[in-house]
Ligand binder design. Structure first.
Ligand code: 4G3
Length: 221
């Protein structure tokens, strides 16, 4: 998969070089290009924002640099996504949908947003990572990249599975335990030490259902 990220703040994506995502980039499973929108400005001072028509507080990102930045990378198989509080709220099923794309272009807005015309012309989909406002779309873009990349074959190594995790089976994850068998007086549930895989699976399923019913009844069908 290839992901192009368009931003006025390229340094905010240094976190993607770490850990599992960084390893996927090194192994050529994933290609991530960070594109500085400012480099596409035709203004003599590389200006990329201006005051809103109609008045009001703040600044709006001008359409020309964004339009040129997107069209410099857009192909027939590209999906252009704008990270915005107005978008569809991200959830695991959307993540899995996006993981099937060959090429994602993520547009990060700043200030009070971007000129509506560039959205009308080029953006396929608006996505929000939750009902709150941030200073820019950069952190949401990192969240989308991290969540989506876990589903690309080869990104997760041995023992880094998404089969049993929260949400993928529609339920929250059961509790996990590791050594020691007793910690500060608290014991690991007996069934997990039994070696009876059928009983272990039954217990985990029951715990998943209970936890989901108490913590997130809204996701139970
Ligand atoms: C557009 C996304 C972008 C309009 C972006 C602010 C939160 C999210 C921005 C706007 C963002 C989110 C930049 N904040 N919930 N800030 O995914 O008003």
């Amino acid at each position: 998969m290839r992901i192009d990220i368009l931003t006025l703040f390229p340094e905010m994506f240094s976190s993607l070089k770490e850990s599992i995502i960084g390893r996927a980039i090194k192994n050529n499973i994933l290609q991530i290009n960070i594109i500085d929108i400012r480099k596409f400005s035709k203004d003599k001072h590389s200006k990329c924002d201006d005051t809103p028509y109609g008045g009001g507080a703040g600044m709006v990102m001008t359409p020309q640099p964004i339009y040129d930045a997107i069209t410099s990378v857009k192909q027939d198989n590209s999906k252009v996504i704008y990270l915005s509080p107005k978008g569809r709220t991200l959830k695991q099923s959307i993540v899995m949908e996006l993981a099937n794309c060959e090429h994602l272009i993520l547009l990060c807005g700043h200030y009070e947003g971007v000129d509506q015309r560039v959205l009308d012309l080029l953006v396929d989909e608006e996505i929000s990572i939750g009902d709150y406002v941030l200073t820019g779309g950069e952190l949401p873009a990192c969240v989308v990249v991290d969540a989506v990349c876990r589903y690309i074959p080869g990104v997760l190594g041995n023992g880094e599975s998404y089969v049993d995790e929260s949400f993928s089976n529609g339920l929250l994850e059961y509790p996990q335990y590791t050594r020691p068998v007793e910690f500060k007086g608290l014991k690991v549930p007996e069934v997990l030490l039994s070696g009876n895989h059928q009983e272990v699976n039954k217990w985990r399923k029951k715990m998943s259902e209970e936890i989901t019913k108490t913590k997130r009844p809204d996701i139970l069908k």
